[in-house]
Design a binder for this molecule. Structure first.
Ligand code: GLA
Length: 384
């Protein structure tokens, strides 16, 4: 009897030891890890998850299933100190209140559509006017305010990723077709964050997805971003009218405040006496990126000399919107204390040109059944 007991006890011990080794292995094998937790609960009881991706080079990104929002992004400065560099809030409740799309996924159509109207095959569609007199960023209940489903999340030796899905119903926010959207965020061990957007539809529709993170590479949100050096690989701009709708032409940036072909301080000409600058209240424009047929290429960069942080944005998209936080007005709370003041963050939103559905000469944003919308943007962080 005793022999059997001892035998069973022995087996139990071996089992526990194997389990222990296995657990440890799981904890340590992933060089780029991902950790899931519950971020908060919506008033309707729905739980919002958060996923934190972390690599071994000091980068950490947190994404929540509400709006696919990047709530936190930490990257090292030139001393190797990892710090928060995106504007964000401290609670889910704050993200559900009106805010200028902090960190969010934008869709079904990023940027503006004139008077909220567009036509497909002779049929006119009307969208909500949420940015007088136009429609902006997919509507009041756009992709930035819906709950995404986290389909897969995995860590690994070189990268960790989280794949989000959202199914936007036919006529949701006024857009035709059931649109199935996937956005995969991948953090690599070389300090780049890839955002892969995919979509399919069952009816002809329009799609223009983007990411609306506000960066301040100094990690000091009480400072403006005017001392950041920006580069944009674009010879042309998409000029806008007084309501920020493209006039239809594409203009040369030479000898204008919009020439960022060589690194230039954001603050240098942000208040220049220039009609386009006046209309945007600073920079709030889309640039026509060079090399449109090259696939993913370096489109823009931002450098903050004091911290040494450099952000490079790669994309396969035809345009990029630089928005310099001109509407930030000291009313939104920071994570701990303080408020986000005028121009304390900038966005580099890769996208098709605004109002493309109404501009015949712009690259098309129409997606038809059987087609696969697939586009990638990479935010790469380093120091110099
Ligand atoms: C976009 C627009 C801006 C502004 C911000 C949010 O970047 O182009 O005009 O609406 O979003 O405030």
């Amino acid at each position: 009897m005793n022999v059997i007991k001892r035998y069973l006890f022995g087996i139990l011990l071996i089992g526990l030891a194997v389990l222990n080794v296995q657990c440890k292995k799981n904890q340590t094998t992933d060089k780029v890890s991902i950790e899931k937790s519950i971020y908060g609960t919506l008033p309707n009881g729905q739980k919002i998850e958060s996923y934190t991706l972390k690599n071994q080079k000091g980068m950490e990104v947190t994404i929540i299933t509400y709006g696919g929002i990047i709530t936190s992004l930490k990257a090292p400065n030139k001393e190797g100190k990892s710090e928060e560099i995106v504007l964000g809030f401290s609670s889910l409740e704050q993200y559900t209140k009106p805010n200028p799309y902090f960190g969010a996924l934008i869709g079904r159509y990023g940027n503006r559509i004139a008077k909220g109207k567009f036509s497909l095959d002779g049929k006119e569609y009307s969208l909500a006017i949420n940015n007088q007199p136009n429609a902006l960023h997919g509507g009041p209940e756009g992709f930035h305010r819906v709950v995404w489903t986290a389909l897969e999340n995995k860590g690994g030796d070189t990268a960790a990723s989280i794949k989000l899905q959202y199914v936007s119903k036919d006529m949701e926010e006024g857009y035709p077709g059931n649109l199935t959207v996937f956005v995969t965020y991948t953090l690599n061990n070389n300090n780049s964050l890839d955002v892969l957007y995919e979509a399919t539809t069952d009816k002809k529709t329009i799609v223009n997805l983007t990411q609306h993170s506000y960066f301040n590479l100094s990690a000091n949100f009480t400072k403006t971003i005017l001392d950041h050096e920006i580069t944009i690989d674009a010879d042309q701009l998409v000029p806008v009218d007084a309501t920020l709708i493209p006039t239809g032409e594409l203009t040369d940036v030479t000898n204008t405040p919009f020439d960022f072909r060589k690194p230039k301080l954001v603050g240098k000409e942000i208040d220049a006496k220039d009609e386009q600058i006046k209309r945007g209240l600073g920079y709030d424009h889309c640039w026509v990126l060079n090399n449109p047929n090259k696939g993913e290429r370096l489109a823009a960069s931002a450098y903050e000399p004091k911290s040494g942080r450099l952000l490079e944005v790669y994309t396969d998209q035809p345009g990029i919107q630089l928005y310099t936080g001109n509407f930030l007005d000291g009313t939104l709370p920071m994570r701990d204390k303080g408020v986000y003041a005028h121009r304390t963050g900038f966005c580099l939103e890769t996208q098709h040109y605004p109002d493309s559905p109404n501009q015949k000469s712009f690259p098309s944003t129409v997606l038809s059944p059987g087609e696969h919308y697939k586009t990638k943007t990479t935010f790469k962080f380093s120091v110099k």
